[in-house]
Design a protein around this ligand. Sequence first.
Ligand code: ZN
Length: 141
Amino acid sequence: MSVSPKKISHIGVAVRNLEEAIPWYRDQLGLEFEGIEVVETEKVRVAFFRIGESRIELLEPTSADSTMAKYLEKRGEGIHHIALEVEDLPARLQSLKENGIRLIHEHPKPGAHQMNIAFLHPKSTGGVLLELCEPNSKNLG
Ligand code: ZN
């Protein structure tokens, strides 16, 4: 049994410097820039651009020992992950785990934009770093 995820929440793009990356998305592509948020748990600064019901999120490491800094060192800038919005994230994680899917986070943790998030391991997802997320308040669209 698997309920379909609701939508693509966002696409995460790794960048070295937000201020250098933002003008391309805002001024050349004309995407709606929503602002910047620091996500302490992930040691990243995130710039949000709205596109339809989804977002593009630019991710800049805030410290050299962060996962994002290591990713940039190894792989360079570019698409980092795809996030799908789901309902009942804890139950979905449990079910994936039972099916032998490797999880980076077995339990949801706080992410940007009042979302609870969990990453799945790319070894279990055909090489795509997948994030599942769920708004942590029912008031939020
Ligand atoms: Zn994300």
